[in-house]
Write a protein that binds this ligand. Structure first.
Ligand SMILES: *Cc1c(COP(=O)(O)O)cnc(C)c1O
Ligand SMILES: [Zn+2]
Length: 414
């Protein structure tokens, strides 16, 4: 059953009544990113608390009626989503928070929240009878697209900027995709992929352009809400690059609210690096987004021209949230802190929310008696080189018990 009612352009607001997949607004062109709207009255009768209690599919596919996908091939897919929502004790204490949860999306099949969008993209590509799927990305959308395409036997052509970290590059090739490492930044990779996709008629998994990507991304919010018995925290914190993830986070909560399953939408804190903070600047100055340098080690959010600006800005505005940026040193510190306090290893962009939360608490944007969920968006093993900056490497140890004791004393373990 397809509950899609139609597509609304985020620029001109025009509504296109169709169940068929549309890409961008026919009137506004490429910038006219669409938002998918459902028949919420009909869905209200299906997606009840009872439906969720009885649903044994513990993956993001449990939300299929609210994702606009045909369910034919779902059983053949890898398991995406239903990642753990960890109740934090140690990090919460460290930050002085009463109630803190960590949604560990680094535990998805390819190690990032991008699997939620790529899974939908691969299904849609199969539905459309595509011969090839393609995307450009800073690395995670790329590796997840390659992952799910491989599992479903669909050839993939993937474009990444040359700075993509080794873990992500290795994943793409290992999953058998055709990898194009563009001699330039993400902007250059995006532009080349756009030309190639148009020229060869491949299925387009590019973030933002394809409105179904947000339908996958939003499942992280559906899960957070369900894992908290439909009483989500006051705040949800997420790092922002192109703006699709935060757009999805808002849409998920907003739709649950429309369906009467939650009583309010959490406030959303969007976090960027000070080295690449187009959203923070635009929100502060109340002006449109300006292109900026991609000067942060958090490669997944090194996005100089965000492709989903409207959805991202609205996510914060409509949820009465806030924007904040943190320097790279604090991102590295957050990486160590999250590992030490919770046993969770995130890549730099994956832990940027932790650094953002610490700063938001200091600045009084978030109060210590408010409840918070941080989304850790990517796994730390993807980027071991940056992870090394967060640790002190021990020297080699002589196989000598006395010397070992000296070292253990220094460490305070004996
Ligand atoms: C893609 C990504 C983000 C940001 O998502 P956008 O949709 O680009 O804003 C954050 N963290 C990680 C690990 C990502 O891969
Ligand atoms: Zn339009």
């Amino acid at each position: 059953m397809n509950y899609i009612k139609g597509y609304r352009c985020t620029i001109c607001g025009k509504f296109f009544e169709t169940k068929e997949a549309l890409l961008t607004c026919p009137d506004c062109g490429e910038k006219g990113i669409l938002d998918i709207e459902y028949d919420y009255d009909a869905l209200k009768k299906v997606l009840t608390k009872d439906y969720f209690e009885k649903n044994r599919n513990y993956s993001m596919w449990r939300y299929a009626p609210l994702m606009g996908i045909k369910e034919d091939h779902i059983d053949e897919m890898l398991r995406i989503g239903w990642t753990p929502l960890v109740k934090s004790r140690n990090l919460a204490k460290e930050l002085g928070l009463k109630e803190l949860y960590i949604k560990d999306d680094g535990l998805n099949p390819s190690g990032s929240s991008k699997d939620r969008a790529s899974g939908v993209a691969v299904l849609k590509a199969i539905e459309a009878g595509a011969k090839v799927i393609s995307c450009s990305s800073t690395g995670n959308a790329a590796s997840s697209c390659a992952c799910h395409a491989a599992h479903m036997g669909l050839p993939a052509v993937i474009f990444v900027p040359k700075r993509a970290p080794i873990g992500k590059l290795t994943q793409i090739s290992l999953y058998g995709a055709t990898l194009v490492i563009v001699d330039g930044d993400y902007k250059a990779a995006f532009s080349l992929s756009k030309q190639a996709i148009a020229r060869h008629g491949w299925y387009n998994r590019n973030a933002a352009i394809n409105p179904f990507m947000v339908e996958g991304k939003k499942t992280v919010s559906l899960e957070i809400a369900e894992q908290l018995n439909f009483k989500p925290t006051d705040w949800v914190v997420v790092s922002v690059g192109d703006g699709c993830t935060i757009g999805g986070v808002y849409k998920g909560f907003n739709e649950l609210h429309k369906l009467g399953l939650i009583s309010r939408v959490p406030r959303i804190l969007g976090v960027q690096s000070t080295g690449c903070e187009p959203f923070v600047v635009a929100a502060k100055n109340h002006e449109p987004l300006k292109e900026c340098d991609e000067n942060t080690l958090a490669d997944s959010i090194a996005v100089g021209i965000p492709r989903n600006p409207i959805k991202a800005l609205r996510a914060v505005e409509y949820s009465k949230g806030a924007w904040i940026s943190v320097p790279d040193e604090e991102i590295i510190k957050a990486m160590g802190l999250l590992g030490k306090t919770e046993g969770i290893f995130g890549e730099p962009a994956g832990v940027t929310g932790v650094a953002g939360l610490a700063k938001a608490l200091k600045e009084g944007i978030i109060k210590k008696d408010e409840s918070v969920t941080i989304i850790v968006t990517g796994n730390g093993l993807k980027d071991p080189n940056n992870a090394q900056k967060a640790i002190v490497k021990p020297d080699l140890m002589e196989p000598n018990i006395e010397k070992l004791d000296i070292y253990l004393k220094e460490k305070g373990v004996i």
